[in-house]
Design a protein around this ligand. Structure first.
Ligand SMILES: Cc1cc2nc3c(=O)[nH]c(=O)nc-3n(C[C@H](O)[C@H](O)[C@H](O)COP(=O)(O)OP(=O)(O)OC[C@H]3O[C@@H](n4cnc5c(N)ncnc54)[C@H](O)[C@@H]3O)c2cc1C
Length: 383
């Protein structure tokens, strides 16, 4: 369902689909098995301008609108969510946040490098003791005479082991959690180390790392926004990130649907294709309805973003719906494939493992529901 894509959006969709089929699909299974980071593919995507995202051309970006950006995420994710994760983190959590919250110097210094993939970026919010409850971070930034000294530990950081730039959220006042701040930390700085995490259920060819910041000294101009803006910067990043996760989830669900339809037409039981059995058609119909609903919710949030209007509630609704849809559709796809769905000869078991994280990261489904209900009732149940 293309929902009246314009010529530029359709062109991007075709380009992304062609690239995904030619370069990503043939290696996705083996990269998943080997936990191999697809650095070569990331570089080629940078050369093609896919990493330009919604960043304006003046900063080296592609100036896409948010519907085009969602279409790109969907096409890449339809084939491999690990590759989509690298792109999402770089463009939504890091580059788009710098665009919205960074100084002119920070934009000029970092955005062109991120848009070409000369540098990769990561977003460090989660800590061993703090995930959903972001107001109680332990990473601490202390003011020094000529900058800041940061100490702390981050966990589950996508791109963390391959990034040159880390957007780190830290406390600056042990007694006042409202004094959070955001810092752009170059990962080559003394005291900064990353340790790759292994054994993940899915997204196995994306990089996930623990970050250790031991007395990392950064200059004053590493601060993004002011002291006290850290929470706002983190929420801006998540508003961007949840949008690309949602679009990626529609990709997983659409990939699951297409694989299911193909298999159901090919596989015969009781003298006919399984696609002709009414209970199989019921599964497929539910997938279609959930996918098209999710996509429309994403485009609604995207139109609000295009218009520069508030969209936190609509983005949370889209992320909640699309992530739950991806998990359901990937699971349904395994069911339709029967025993073969349980084997990595078909991509649907990878789709299921990759989908599973989407109801957890960038705010769990429970947190999305609390935000949505908070808007509806005017009562905040957390934070
Ligand atoms: C593969 C992967 C990649 C990730 N990438 C990044 C990244 O790039 N950067 C980053 O900063 N983080 C990243 N994360 C971390 C992710 O955002 C967190 O795991 C997530 O926010 C949940 O935090 P938690 O794991 O600490 O769970 P917790 O906050 O401990 O939650 C555990 C459970 O309790 C529930 N819960 C918590 N509070 C409430 C409440 N008030 N009401 C109801 N239920 C509640 C949650 O919904 C969840 O089910 C990543 C995680 C994974 C797995």
């Amino acid at each position: 369902m293309d929902f009246e894509l314009n010529d530029a959006q359709r062109l991007l969709k075709d380009m992304a689909a062609e690239f995904a089929a030619r370069r990503i699909a043939p290696v996705a299974r083996q990269n998943d098995i080997d936990e191999r980071f697809p650095g070569d593919i990331v570089k080629e995507m940078g050369d093609l301008g896919f990493y330009g995202g919604v960043i304006p051309e003046a900063y080296g970006g592609a100036g896409m609108d948010y519907i085009a950006y969602a279409v790109l995420m969907e096409e890449i994710s339809k084939v491999c969510s690990s590759v989509r994760t690298v792109l999402s983190v770089q463009m939504s959590l890091v580059a788009s946040t710098i665009l919205k919250c960074g100084s002119e110097e920070q934009k000029k210094k970092y955005l062109p490098r991120l848009c070409t993939t000369e540098w990769l970026g990561c977003f460090g919010l989660t800590e061993p003791d703090v995930g959903s409850d972001v107001q109680h971070l332990k990473t601490f930034a202390e003011k020094t005479s000529n900058g800041w000294k940061i100490d702390g530990r981050k966990i589950w950081i996508s791109n963390g082991g391959v990034a040159q730039l880390a957007l780190i959220i830290a406390q600056t006042d042990r007694k006042d959690s409202r004094k959070m701040a955001a810092f752009l930390v170059e990962t080559g700085t003394a005291g900064f180390t990353a340790k790759d995490m292994h054994g993940k259920l899915g997204l196995r060819s994306s990089n996930t790392a623990e970050l250790y910041l031991d007395g990392v000294e950064v200059p004053d101009d590493a601060l993004m926004g002011g002291v006290g803006d850290g929470f706002k910067v983190a929420m801006t990043a998540l508003d961007n990130g949840r949008y690309s996760v949602a679009a990626g989830c529609v990709g997983i669900a659409q990939g699951s649907l297409e694989a299911s339809v193909a298999y159901a037409k090919e596989r015969h039981t009781f003298g006919k294709p399984i696609a002709a059995h009414q209970l199989v058609q019921e599964i497929i119909a539910r997938m279609v309805v959930d996918i098209e609903s999710s996509r429309l919710l994403i485009y609604r949030a995207g139109e609000l973003k295009n218009a520069g209007k508030p969209n936190t509630k609509e983005t949370c609704i889209a992320k909640y719906m699309a992530s739950e849809t991806a998990v359901r559709c990937a699971n349904d796809a395994i069911q339709i494939h029967g025993g073969m769905g349980y084997s990595n000869e078909y991509p649907v078991e990878r789709f299921m493992r990759d989908a599973r994280v989407a109801t957890i990261y960038e705010g769990t489904s429970q947190i999305q529901k609390l935000i949505i209900a908070g808007f509806e009732t005017g009562i905040r149940a957390f934070g």
